[in-house]
Design a protein around this ligand. Structure first.
Ligand code: PGA
Length: 249
């Protein structure tokens, strides 16, 4: 059997519910037309703003469709103004959550310890954590990719069992490649994903993220330790996202 491909779009702070609905209507039509071209057994999904989760989850795209929130709090409830709990995102259709995206680490001060608490809480709630790791340009240029990826991965999965490691997804996203149009070469991406692999299981899907496009997805997926992608820019347009999922066929 080939690898389990897992591709998730990350809309970031884009689309109102009405815009999300328009996307899903277009995407569903494109999916029905193109589903025979999708790689065998692919799992795919969308990381949507929380207010869009309900509308995204209502589109019938099969049982494996991942409806991901882009953040969550690890506590069940309480005085955390502006935060959402796992029960809340679940109630509006989420079955996954992106955790520790570099934008959240850099702009909202999320720490390795927060990422670990969120991953543990998500697993407890039966939600798939998509855990992001990756180095800055400065760290990349100082040859610190391995050090950063090792530290972030180890911290994120602290106290997880082997059973848990089969339920998570890790996304390696070099920060210098996010939204810059500058993709890591397939070799660079593979090298870093192999650093991640050393901490997880053969069965743990490892995604690459950072300027993934229909034109480069197939080459990235041909690498032994790259099982999928976390896709920002190319996932906000239904045509480009379906093209990416068919590996540009
Ligand atoms: P990008 O974003 O594909 O637009 O580079 C990726 C991400 O931030 O997950």
């Amino acid at each position: 059997m080939g690898k389990q491909i897992v591709i998730v779009g990350n809309w970031k702070m884009n689309k109102t519910p009405a815009e999300a609905k328009a996307f899903m209507d277009d995407f569903k039509k494109l999916y029905d037309l193109n589903k025979n071209k999708l790689p065998q057994g692919i799992k795919f999904g969308i990381g949507a703003p929380s207010v869009d989760l309900e509308v995204v989850s209502k589109t019938k795209l099969g049982n494996d469709f991942l409806v991901a929130a882009q953040n969550v709090h690890f506590k069940e409830n309480g005085a955390f103004t502006g935060e959402l709990s796992l029960a809340m995102i679940k109630a509006v259709g989420a079955n996954a959550v992106i955790i520790g995206h570099s934008e959240r680490r850099a702009m909202f001060n999320e720490t390795d310890a927060d990422v670990n608490l969120k991953a543990i809480a998500a697993l407890k709630a039966g939600i798939t954590p998509i855990i992001c790791v990756g180095e800055t340009l400065e760290e990349f240029e100082a040859n610190k990719t391995k050090e950063v990826v090792d530290r972030q991965t180890k911290a994120a999965i602290a106290n997880l069992t082997d059973v848990d490691l089969k339920k998570i997804v890790i996304a390696y996203e070099p920060i210098w490649a996010i939204g810059t149009g500058k993709t890591a070469t397939a070799e660079q991406a593979e090298k870093a994903c192999a650093f991640v692999r050393a901490h997880v299981l053969a069965e743990t899907p490892i995604q690459y993220g950072g300027s993934v496009k229909p034109e480069n997805i197939a080459e990235l997926l041909s690498q032994p330790n790259i099982d999928g992608a976390l896709v920002g820019g190319a996932s906000v347009d239904a045509n480009s996202y379906i093209k990416l999922l068919t590996l540009n066929k």
